[in-house]
Design a protein around this ligand. Structure first.
Ligand code: SF4
Ligand code: SF4
Length: 390
């Protein structure tokens, strides 16, 4: 995840387009950004049962969302100015009608970009051919791979998954479509040291990018069989490699995105942005609407989005989300438990959603505090990021 400044209320950039639209007008009153992206969980089912799966999907996960309901949400999202959608699961390919779903998204004139997230196992030749029927700028495929080595990936994602995912990637490459693919890795204590090697392989494989995200300790990700997040020592090791290995550094600039490295790059720059919800909406397979993928906490959910207009659901959630936005703004000025941290000016307590997660470490600090402190040269404080398995 790359750090970036978001437009602030009053900056001019914040003013949403379509000033006369009642929904957008209400959002403006509440100083909420209009939605631009939507992460849509199209099923809770998955053909895998990865150890770290945060929504805890699997073969018996929540049923597929009816296609008609998904179509309505997509249309309504575009009608309020939405620009990009991420179709995720579970595994979208377990749906028999997944092609109809992609076609529905692909046919929406206002939608500029579709991201299709998959574990790759079911991406056979006809499936790849179908996805390649869309321009790469319009449809991107994200494949999950949790390590550079077969044994590491398969220990997390299941036996045989490394080879099947690479076989799917090979199908894209054979069509000259390798750069349509982005590899996604969940950072854990088991695979973190494989990031440089994964980037080297990814470049060989010709994918467009490698994006990593730190394990979220919810769902199966919090269970005894989960790998645990990277340790501060592992983060320090990666940063030293990034500082002293010009080849890795150059490759990282070409295709990498690792939060710890991004923090290190910009650690001297104070963070001035806060969560301006609801630019990046999330809808789970049960029909709950959240103001952000990382803020999928029950108190922020608006239920029943598949059985009523999206705009109505947004209006219902907006007052609470606006209060969250204000709390997030106030946090910039209120170090609280972070007062002694040398990284405070850059970190500001970290991701608001990850901070608020139940069991996410000390109140006021996000769950990656331990690895963030490693970036800022602070001793670990016993919060998450210090308990990875070997
Ligand atoms: S992490 Fe992805 S591939 Fe693994 S069980 Fe969860 S939804 Fe399925
Ligand atoms: S690294 Fe931890 S202690 Fe420091 S500002 Fe971030 S959350 Fe607070």
């Amino acid at each position: 995840m790359r750090e970036r400044n978001r437009p602030l209320p009053g900056s001019g950039e914040f003013e949403p387009a379509g000033g006369n639209d009642p929904l957008l007008g209400r959002l403006r009153e509440l100083e909420l950004l209009p939605p631009k992206t939507l992460k849509l969980m199209v099923t809770g089912r998955c053909n895998l049962s990865c150890r770290h799966c945060w929504p805890a999907c699997g073969p018996n996960g929540p049923a597929d969302v009816p296609l008609a309901d998904l179509q309505r949400v997509l249309e309504a999202f575009v009608a309020v100015g939405g620009e990009a959608v991420c179709l995720t699961g579970g595994e979208p390919l377990v749906r028999e009608d997944w092609r109809l779903l992609v076609s529905a998204a692909g046919a929406l004139p206002g939608l500029r970009h579709v991201e299709f997230q998959s574990n790759g196992v079911l991406l056979d030749e006809p499936a790849v051919e179908f996805l390649c029927g869309y321009a790469p700028s319009r449809l991107e495929v994200q494949l999950s791979l949790d390590g550079a080595r077969e044994e590491t990936n398969d220990r997390i994602r299941g036996l045989g998954t490394f080879r099947t995912t690479l076989a799917a990637l090979e199908r894209f490459r054979a069509r000259g479509e390798g750069r349509r693919v982005v590899l996604a890795m969940t950072e854990t204590g088991w695979n973190f040291r494989e990031i440089p090697e994964l980037l080297r392989l990814a470049e060989e494989w010709g994918v467009r990018a490698v994006q990593t995200g730190t394990l979220v300790a919810r769902g199966r990700g919090s269970g005894a069989a989960a790998p645990g997040p990277p340790t501060p020592e592992q983060v320090t090791w990666l940063l030293e490699r990034w500082e002293h290995d010009p080849e890795f550094r150059a490759r990282y600039e070409r295709l990498g995105s690792v939060a710890a490295i991004e923090w290190a790059k910009w650690r001297d720059r104070p963070r001035s942005h806060y969560c301006t919800f609801i630019e990046n909406l999330f809808v789970d397979a049960a029909g709950n609407l959240y103001p952000c993928t990382m803020y999928d906490h029950p108190e922020a959910a608006v239920p029943g989005v598949f059985s009523r207009p999206l705009g109505e659901a947004i209006l219902e959630g907006a007052p609470f989300w606006s209060r969250l936005r204000e709390q997030s703004r106030l946090r910039l000025e209120t170090p609280g438990p972070c007062a002694e941290c040398a990284g405070w000016r850059h970190c500001r307590g970290g991701c608001f959603g990850r901070r608020a997660a139940p069991g996410s470490g000390e109140p006021g600090r996000e769950d990656r505090c331990g690895i963030r402190r490693a970036v800022y040269g602070q001793p670990a404080s016993g919060t998450a990021g210090s308990g990875a398995n070997p």
